[in-house]
Unconditional design. Structure first.
Ligand SMILES: [Zn+2]
Ligand SMILES: [Zn+2]
Length: 444
């Protein structure tokens, strides 16, 4: 004897319900399917370039020991001073959500003995990075970057190649009017002299500096060149330039990169005030900007001391990073069209329970021979399912009604010709292939 419905009602589970819908943490947007089509296009271009230039893909954890960034990214960088997400594990370790990729890649290079590979070791990566800052348009607390890093060569040809790779990435994405901003910030031999001169210069202008820069004057005067404050910016033009203090080696290195850029036909502008906000850069620093609105698409530089600073042997290196969200923004602005790569060639319609059982089997049969299919099984009526078929614009529709399910047949409908015929289900794939061939439909 079955129980009566009212017994079920009496015992029905009461699930707790939220009063409001929760939101993602501030500055950490969801990435929805449509946007992912654009992003996949970017990652595909990154991957293709990585493969072509002999880079291997690396993934490092999102969390690292806080020490890594304090030591690597540098204590005077804005990122470390103000923008790190730090969390304490139950075991009381301090871990930081990575604010950038380079120190992690160097850590992985050392930990996994990648230095035993033929040099230079070329690595690329993409993934989310985290910075605690006020979210605004195009700036998030969780955002994605892609990186190209070349470890183990001091040759300026790799500085030029890094720039070329990023330049290629943007041209692959049909971005135009790109400008390479480049500068050299010297090495440990020559930079201290520039530092001293910068310090003297800004000290003489101290009263015009913002509060942050007054502090920067003590710790790292180079950072003042990066300040967005108008008053501080206006002092930049009179500031001493690194190029006037370069040691012979740094001078030669910079000159060679510029020659390479000329040979490659890449447009560049020597920007004496470009310093980049990370402590580990030496010699080359660069950005690639959109000339139209001076928007920086990527940035990078040489970091010849970082590997040693993180406990390895002296290993010169160069690399750069581009922000994915910014690229997406530009692609959207440029009306960059991406079609869904999955275009169904067949739409599967089933009416009734037995037909649905058949349809599930046919769906798998079609998948095995790689015929792309769409369905809308949740719609019960033929009319509603046909409407969905129209939306997908599949050239062929397979209809399984009650009768077809019993007979082991299907109705194969040619949408373009508005004609249909009954086909035995075993011949479904054969028939489809024949028709695709006649229609010159590719990829099957
Ligand atoms: Zn030098
Ligand atoms: Zn300032």
């Amino acid at each position: 004897m079955g129980r009566r419905p009212k017994d079920y009602l009496k015992n029905k589970i009461k699930r707790p319900k939220m009063k409001t819908i929760l939101q993602a943490p501030k500055g950490m947007p969801d990435i929805l399917p449509e946007e992912n089509l654009l992003r996949r296009k970017i990652f595909k271009a990154v991957e293709d370039l990585g493969n072509f230039y002999g880079f291997g893909q690396i993934e490092t954890p999102v969390l690292e020991e806080t020490k890594l960034f304090l030591h690597g990214t540098g204590p005077t960088s804005e990122i470390v001073q103000k923008q790190m997400f730090i969390l304490k594990t139950p075991g009381k370790d301090l871990l930081a959500l990575r604010p950038e990729f380079t120190p992690n890649i160097v850590r992985a290079y050392l930990e996994n003995g990648l230095y035993n590979n033929p040099k230079p070791v070329k690595l690329f990566a993409w993934g989310p990075v985290f910075r605690y800052e006020q979210p605004q348009r195009g700036r998030y607390r969780q955002f994605w970057q892609c990186n190209f890093e070349i470890l183990g060569s001091a040759d300026p040809i790799y500085d030029a190649l890094t720039i070329q790779i990023f330049y290629n990435l943007f041209t692959e994405l049909k971005m135009k009017e790109l400008m390479i901003e480049i500068n050299t910030i010297g090495c440990d031999n020559c930079r201290p002299i520039w530092h001293k001169n910068l310090k003297n210069y800004f000290r003489s202008k101290r009263k015009f500096l913002c509060a942050d820069c007054k502090n920067r004057l003590k710790i790292n005067p180079l950072r003042i060149l990066d300040c967005k404050n108008e008053s501080c910016q206006s002092l930049k033009n009179g500031a001493p330039k690194m190029i006037d203090f370069l040691c012979p080696e740094c001078r030669k290195h910079f000159k060679q990169i510029l020659e390479y850029l000329e040979i490659l036909g890449l447009p560049y502008n020597i920007n004496h005030h470009l310093v980049r906000g990370l402590d580990y850069y030496t010699k080359t620093v660069f950005e690639i900007r959109l000339a139209s609105d001076n928007l920086a698409l990527c940035g990078g530089g040489r970091y010849d001391y970082l590997v040693e600073m993180l406990g390895g042997k002296s290993t010169p290196a160069v690399g750069g990073a581009a922000g994915i969200e910014r690229l997406v923004e530009v692609l959207k602005k440029n009306n960059f069209k991406v079609e869904n790569p999955y275009k169904p060639k067949v739409f599967l319609i089933a009416i009734g329970d037995l037909a649905k059982q058949r349809a599930l089997k046919y769906l798998e049969a079609l998948r095995k021979v790689k015929i792309p299919v769409a369905e809308s099984f949740a719609h019960e009526s033929l009319k509603a399912q046909l409407r969905q078929a129209d939306k997908w614009e599949a050239p062929y529709v397979i209809i399984i009604g009650q009768k077809e399910a019993l007979d082991n047949t299907i109705i194969l409908r040619d949408m373009k010709a508005s004609s249909q015929e009954v086909v035995e289900s075993e011949k479904m794939i054969e028939e489809l292939k024949k028709r695709f061939k006649n229609d010159n439909i590719e990829n099957i």
